[in-house]
Write a protein that binds this ligand. Structure first.
Ligand SMILES: [Zn+2]
Ligand SMILES: [Zn+2]
Ligand SMILES: [Zn+2]
Ligand SMILES: [Zn+2]
Length: 319
């Protein structure tokens, strides 16, 4: 009897334990919830009883970009719209470019070059980029006897009596002034006068016997084929043309009356003023003394510079 009671007790206890274990494993009566991890939109939720704990995490949006909206780093949820590119205008060398992400579209505009001139290299009108060099002057690299002010230079030309006989004296540019104008040299808007006093002196025996015949012309450092007019107007102005910043510009030259001329003892001496009226800043005009023999068959002395610029010519550059 005692043994029977004992076994019943054991059975009841076992059943009770089984029930307890079952309750423990299948229900939450002991607050033994089985929470799933919270997500962006759900709190922790018990998978058995559905009880909620805490709050949803909320999305962790990464900032929108040019091509993507805000996107949750955790769940990939998308929000809003992409920002779109913010294109900066195309330039000569760069296409339209997004200031945010660097994306490009289209093509660079390319430079808009001006023509090179004697004064300037080709330059882009849009961005100022300079390409190459200015046009090489015709006289660059030429051996020229360039005269300084205040120095007499030996000058050989033909004698007056016999053009086949040479005589040698000197040419000196006594002074060089830049003025807007005066009563001798009429001013002109946008132009300046370069005025020099020239002195020729011949004192040798050959000149005393046969005299001398000088020859002078004007030229241009940049273009030796620059035109020099053959006639003078009522003011004594002789036109010539230079090319300045790519444009043909009318200029004038004036040869004044001799201030002194003739024999002074044994010296044959001439002094007079030469002036050129050129656009302000123009530096290409040349005054050239050459051997008269080069001109004697021509009907004028103002030969084109290209014909007389050689290593014997004496050249003064107005600049
Ligand atoms: Zn639960
Ligand atoms: Zn999310
Ligand atoms: Zn962009
Ligand atoms: Zn450019």
């Amino acid at each position: 009897m005692k043994r029977t009671i004992l076994w019943i007790g054991v059975g009841v206890a076992a059943a009770a334990i089984a029930v307890l274990i079952t309750l423990l494993l299948t229900t939450c009566v002991f607050e033994n919830h089985r929470y799933a991890e919270a997500t962006c939109t759900e709190p922790e939720i018990c998978s058995r009883c559905g009880k909620h704990l805490g709050e949803p995490l909320g999305h962790e949006y990464l900032p929108a970009t040019c091509t993507e909206p805000e996107i949750c780093a955790r769940c990939g949820e998308r929000h809003g719209e992409p920002l779109g590119h913010e294109y900066l205008p195309a330039t000569c060398t760069e296409p339209e470019t997004c200031s945010r992400c660097g994306h490009t579209q289209g093509e660079p505009l390319g430079h808009l070059f001006t023509e090179a001139t004697y004064q300037n290299a080709a330059m882009c009108l849009r961005c100022g980029y300079v390409e190459g060099d200015s046009i090489v002057p015709d006289c660059e690299g030429m051996t020229l006897n360039l005269m300084d002010v205040g120095t007499p230079y030996p000058y050989t030309t033909a004698s007056y009596e016999d053009h086949d006989v040479d005589v040698t004296g000197t040419v000196e540019i006594v002074d060089h002034r830049v003025i807007s104008g005066d009563e001798t040299f009429p001013a002109r808007e946008g132009y300046e006068w370069h005025v020099v006093t020239v002195r020729l002196v011949f004192s040798g025996e050959d000149a005393q016997q046969n005299g001398m015949q000088s020859a002078m012309t004007y030229g241009d450092y940049y273009r030796t084929d620059a035109e020099v007019g053959t006639t003078v107007d009522e003011n004594g102005l002789r036109p010539f043309v230079v090319e300045y910043y790519g444009t043909r510009v009318q200029c004038w030259q004036k040869t004044c009356e001799d201030e002194e001329g003739g024999w002074f003892g044994h010296e044959l001496r001439y002094a007079w003023k030469e002036g050129v009226l050129v656009p302000c800043g123009y530096d290409g005009t040349l005054l050239i003394f050459y051997h008269y023999r080069l001109a004697k068959d021509a009907d004028r002395l103002f030969l084109p510079a290209g014909k007389v610029l050689d290593e014997h010519a004496l050249v003064f550059r107005f600049r």
